[in-house]
Ligand binder design. Sequence first.
Ligand code: HEC
Ligand code: HEC
Length: 272
Amino acid sequence: MKKFAVVAILVLAAVVLLKAQEGAAPPAQGGPGARNPAAEATLAAATERGRALFKDNCAACHGEDATGGRGTDLIRSTLIRHDKNGELIGPVVTGGRLEKAMPAFPSLMESQVSDIVAFLHAQITLFDLHTRFGPYPNDIPAARLATGSVEAGKAYFYGAGGCSNCHSPTGDLAGIASKYNPPDLEVRFLYPSGTPSTAVVTPPDGEKYEGTLLLNDGFNVAIQAKDGWYHSWPASSVKIEVHDPLAAHAALLDKYTDADMHNIFTYLETLK
Ligand code: HEC
Ligand code: HEC
């Protein structure tokens, strides 16, 4: 009887945990290095909705993977690559380019267009990885990707890359190669995600607020302060200083040569 109760509690706990992971999780409590599973789940859900909308409305011409069927290849489109949040893609979709056989979709809601935008950006990220590292499937053996030099990768880690300013192979990155399969590790170090930006917001009365940045879209600014409270302001009324802990990673993407990338990855693969 007792045993049964214990099992029942364990099952219940597992269900609760699973539910939390499904996106019903409360907002992350901030703090440096904290993940933001709620934001990650939101983006993943938008991408999936966008994939379905794209399949229904766009795939006939642009191909299901957006690489262009009868229409334009959207993966290599410079317009899409320069788009940040739909400001360039949106008008083409809602207005079309009728003279060039791109129909208008005035009936798509703004939220649907933004889901399609999320899908297109996700496709580009994936596609870029394919072209650099061959086909994507998760079972790519490490040997296929780890073609660089461990020594050169290590030297870059402690030298030019400045990785050791923030990471340690015996600290936060210990065992990283066992934690992720090779393609995931590649994605993780090239495009780490999930660490939200923090911001210091100063409203006109001068009292500063500091916390996890939840929204900064040019119209509104919202943060969750360390004490857990939400605060928001019209963007025009406050001074805001944003700290993005992943900015250094984004900057590295412009700096790496292909050889650097292969060397670092080969070095990271030794951290089992
Ligand atoms: C009937 C075929 C057709 C359908 C359906 C279609 N497109 Fe297009 N699309 C085109 C063609 C053709 C072009 C190229 C127009 C040009 O040359 O300027 C284009 C261009 C675009 C561009 C501009 C690319 C660039 O680099 O300038 C975007 C963005 C785009 N389409 C997105 C979409 C989305 C999103 C959908 C679905 C909601 C969609 N299209 C549905 C045919 C189509
Ligand atoms: C300015 C600080 C900084 C620098 C420099 C930096 N990183 Fe990071 N890195 C971060 C942060 C912050 C994260 C996100 C941590 C998280 O979300 O778990 C991260 C994430 C990662 C991850 C994923 C870890 C995980 O568990 O998902 C890897 C791998 C990584 N970095 C490798 C590197 C390498 C290799 C370099 C140098 C070429 C480098 N980083 C340079 C701060 C930095």
